[in-house]
Design a protein around this ligand. Structure first.
Ligand code: THU
Length: 162
């Protein structure tokens, strides 16, 4: 038996003012995307913005439903939109943020496990890594250079072929 260890690096920024212009601009789109979230059940409004290789920005937000599991997170709304409309264009980066009705989110919003799986598979289907920029309403901002680092030992298609 041997023990293996996994670790990953992430950048931390004190505020949007510290970010590069392109990261800050993409977060600006994610902030706008929050406004169209449909979240009458959780009151947690999430916005995501993708920067594609062709320069386009795709926005998504969480879309809830009274049949709770029928809803979808902001990240997957944006990723599935990109994949269905621009199947051959790489996703370079995603910015994620959120606004809550009843409290201030002062920690970065980090994607759920299902979104990490979808984003990671997209990354394996394209040549480049997907940068992830995560912010709350206030406080620090986290950035990872590759979504793969958020999902070690992910389930891959090879698992089905055996
Ligand atoms: N949600 C997202 O859209 N993205 C995340 O990264 C975390 C959670 C949504 C799902 C649900 O509509 C609400 O936030 C509360 O979980």
């Amino acid at each position: 038996m041997k023990i293996n260890k996994f670790g990953f690096e992430f950048e931390e920024y004190a505020s949007m003012a510290e970010l590069s212009d392109s990261d800050s601009e993409l977060l600006g789109h994610a902030i706008q995307a929050v406004e169209n979230a449909y979240a009458p059940y959780s009151h947690f409004h999430v916005g995501a913005a993708l920067r594609l290789g062709n320069g386009k920005v795709i926005k998504g937000n969480n879309q809830e439903n009274i049949a709770y599991p029928s809803g979808l997170c902001a990240e997957r709304v944006a990723f599935f939109h990109a994949s269905s409309n621009y199947p051959d264009v790489a996703i370079e980066a995603i910015a994620i943020t959120a606004k809550a009705q009843n409290f201030e989110i002062n920690e970065p919003v980090t994607p759920c496990g299902s979104c990490r799986q979808v984003m990671s598979e997209t990354e394996t289907r394209q040549p480049g890594d997907i940068r992830v920029i995560m912010m709350g309403q206030s406080g620090k901002i986290f950035v990872v250079k590759s979504v793969g680092s958020l999902l070690p030992l992910m389930f891959k298609a090879e698992g089905l072929k055996k």
